[in-house]
Ligand binder design. Structure first.
Ligand code: GLA
Ligand code: ZN
Length: 670
């Protein structure tokens, strides 16, 4: 669903006026109007104000914040505020504090650190959500509910141990089934009573840290349990909100490619997806793009909200560079290009103290509106007003899909062997990047997604194969599509048990190969792949073609001349297997060959730094976003006749079309 009642892209962000005196609020709103700010996320950290003691609720300040927003014609995304505990609560009910991986029970401090199994937390958080819903369901400013904040983290307390055992009973029903799934005959672990099962941590199955476990099956189930335990907290709050407010959409802010939580398990329970984008330093533009597409994929391609981004700088990193002039605008249009229907900041005004006092804000400590950042925010506000509703609700008609799978991410990175250096996100990103830079729109989808809309399915590092996925991938190829997978795919079942067949397991018939053995080398070791003039690193699978033809081979070592990349005809289509971690240029060449087969290479691929993305509105209007990530102008030749929504200028097919450095055009195609 899209969020009703928004005639334009909601623009604004986290607003915590409880942190400063009320006269400043006048100034806040004056500046919001100047900057085209219409949406405020309120109450994210207000629990100690709204409930100063267990029996005392006090909504005076929140009332004023919401009433003021309504009076100013602004909408509110209202948080339940249950992510940061008030001190009295932790003191009175110490079991709300987490027990960490080392087994230490924490004491009061920080935020995002409640035990998901604590009955006191569950009771008090849901009571708070219920009170808020009762009070504000009919409030004229209410646009959406924002439950908690950035759920995450793991607890290993006794309550969680008990809840884990319950979760396992539900899943396996019998200890025989659990012992079988976890391969417990290995190292004499046969469980004879549920009480014998311990959460996997530094005191039990782990060594060297959270990714080094003796029993992958146990650790995987703890990741899944944690996902479900936090989801349980979300659902409990959502349920009480729904009891008072049947209509207003509910979300929680995700963190994109966040390893600890399998967001695909959460997705059905959100009314719309939203996320906070803080790309790592030096990340290429395809990194946040991948996260946007992953978030869009949560709700089957429906638009999402950009719930947070910094207008200028973060504070939590060792080094916190500024967003250069123009970078904020470009990042915002990039989010919209990938399906964002809201553009919100953390934060509207800087906090005076504590650890985020130097975090970027639309309004700084001095309260000025003549700063560069304020000017850029306000200018963007004007452009979003200009866009009006023209992008809202628009979908992405991708014909290329990339399978993203948390189970595979976890299984790959907690595996002993073949290489600790293979990072799931890096492999997935390399293939995503290749496809996007070739001009293809990409849907990032779960294993369970319907594959029928796609001509190309990229499934890099798909370590775990679940359900009937292999059959559905075969169906893609049988009807003429192309499926690509890579090294370390098709290795394990849903319990992390190796398939008792040749590698790549259930993918072998489609790929037409048998992986006979595999070599893993330190990062400085480079294997050449002469046909692609590319280099390969880390893992080298030795492939025996079983119907597939070699596309490229290894250049050295005892397996020189054997295939590094293969192509297999399957039905009317093809299965491609890449047996090693090719460098980006190698991945680009392979992916371009695959895309070319389906005529999916975009019209502007010769312009490095130029990103394209398409959205299609409900009435069928095609919007082509052109995003110039380069510091110099992009001089294009229009491939079709179109009107730029941002300038109103029309360009005819074949005419020159120039984008400024970091410039954006949103072309409405004729
Ligand atoms: C997260 C949180 C915010 C704030 C920002 C700072 O996204 O949700 O409360 O801490 O980070 O970057
Ligand atoms: Zn716990």
């Amino acid at each position: 669903m899209t969020v009703p009642g928004t005639p334009k892209i909601p623009y604004g962000g986290d607003y915590n006026p409880e942190q400063w005196p009320e006269p400043v609020w006048d100034e806040d709103h004056r500046l919001f109007t100047r900057a085209g700010i219409d949406t405020l996320t309120v109450g994210v950290f207000s629990w100690s104000l709204t409930q100063p003691a267990e029996e005392t609720y006090d909504f005076t300040i929140l009332d004023r914040v919401l009433d003021r927003a309504a009076a100013e014609g602004r909408q509110v995304c209202l948080a339940t505020g249950t992510a940061a505990l008030p001190p009295w609560l932790a003191k009175k009910y110490p079991d709300v504090n987490r027990t960490d991986f080392e087994g230490r029970r924490h004491r009061y401090g920080q935020r995002h650190n409640f035990c998901p199994s604590s009955p006191a937390y569950r009771r008090l958080a849901t009571q708070m959500a219920g009170r808020l819903a009762e009070r504000y369901a009919q409030h004229p400013a209410l646009l959406a509910w924002h439950i908690n904040n950035e759920y995450g983290g793991t607890c290993y307390c006794d309550l969680c141990a008990e809840a884990f055992r319950e979760w396992l009973r539900d899943k396996y029903a019998t200890l025989d089934a659990l012992n079988d799934a976890w391969c417990t005959t290995f190292w004499s672990h046969g469980y004879t009573a549920w009480e014998e099962i311990e959460p996997p941590n530094a005191l039990t199955e782990h060594w060297r840290g959270p990714d080094h476990t003796a029993f992958q099956g146990t650790t995987l189930d703890y990741f899944r349990f944690t996902t479900d335990a936090l989801l349980g907290c979300f659902l409990a709050e959502k349920e009480v909100i729904r009891a008072h407010d049947p209509d207003t959409p509910v979300t929680t802010n995700f963190m994109g490619m966040f390893r600890p939580l399998d967001y695909h398990r959460w997705a059905p329970h959100l009314d719309f997806a939203s996320w906070d984008s803080y790309p790592p330093l030096d990340a290429p533009p395809t990194w946040p793009a991948l996260a946007h597409d992953l978030m869009r994929g949560l709700k089957d391609g429906a638009p999402f909200w950009l719930m947070e981004q910094t207008p200028s700088t973060t504070a939590c990193r060792d080094v916190n560079p500024l967003r250069r002039p123009g970078e904020l605008r470009l990042a915002t249009f990039q989010a919209i290009a990938h399906g964002a229907d809201a553009a919100l900041y953390f934060q509207m005004r800087a906090s005076r103290g504590a650890c985020e006092k130097y975090h970027g804000a639309v309004i700084g400590h001095a309260g000025r509106d003549d700063t560069r950042v304020f000017r850029e925010v306000a200018e963007l506000g004007r452009e979003l007003e200009l866009l009006g509703s023209s992008t809202l609700g628009a979908r992405t008609p991708a014909r290329t899909a990339l399978v993203f799978d948390w189970d595979s991410w976890w299984a790959l990175e907690i595996s002993d062997g073949p290489s600790r250096l293979v990072k799931y996100q890096e492999v997935v990103h390399a293939y995503y990047r290749a496809a996007r830079e070739a001009g293809a729109d990409v849907d990032v989808i779960p294993q369970t997604a319907d594959l029928t809309p796609y001509d190309v399915v990229l499934a890099p590092a798909l370590h775990m194969i679940k359900g009937d996925l292999a059959t559905r991938l075969e169906a893609v190829a049988a009807r003429g599509g192309t499926v690509l997978t890579t090294f370390l795919s098709g290795r394990v079942d849903e319990h992390d048990r190796a398939f008792l067949t040749d590698v790549p397991g259930p993918l072998a018939p489609l790929m037409g190969v048998r992986v006979d053995e595999w070599d893993s080398r330190p990062p400085e070791f480079v294997q050449t792949v002469p046909e692609l003039e590319a280099q390969a690193r880390l893992v080298f699978e030795i492939v025996l073609p079983r119907g597939a033809e070699p596309v490229a081979t290894y250049g050295t070592d005892f397996y020189a001349g054997t295939p590094a990349v293969t192509r297999n005809r399957y039905g009317d289509g093809e299965g491609w297997y890449v047996a090693t971690a090719l460098d980006q240029s190698g991945v680009d060449q392979v992916v371009r060959r695959v895309l070319a087969r389906h005529d999916l290479i975009g019209p502007y691929t010769e312009h490095p730094g130029l990103e394209t993305a398409t959205r299609v509105t409900a009435d069928g209007t095609r919007l082509l976003f052109l995003l110039n990530h380069a510091p110099e102008p992009a001089r294009l030749t229009a491939h079709t006749t179109a009107t730029d929504l941002l300038t109103g200028k029309r360009v005819e097919e074949g005419e020159p079309l120039t984008l400024d450095p970091l410039g954006t055009a949103i072309l409405r195609l004729q």
